[in-house]
Design a protein around this ligand. Sequence first.
Ligand SMILES: [Zn+2]
Length: 94
Amino acid sequence: MTKTNLKECPLCGGGAKCESEYIPAVFKDGWYVKCNRCGLKTRMYHNEREAVIAWNMRYKMRQAGRVVAKQKAKAAEETAKNTKKEATAVATEV
Ligand SMILES: [Zn+2]
């Protein structure tokens, strides 16, 4: 197995490895990346490189999703704060 630059598992953060498996239906080896901890797997790819790229892409998308979720939470928090401020201002005026 060649040394590959695999990201950790997007689900559990565990270590992953690239493996191949013989697929009788196509008389070829299929490559996939599998998490050593939770067993998350990519689908089969024609070569190791594609499987690694797919896995790392999944990791990146997951990371990007986390950033967006964080920004959304922050925005919601700001809105809540502003609404509270407005409510307080109205209460003071009255
Ligand atoms: Zn995992």
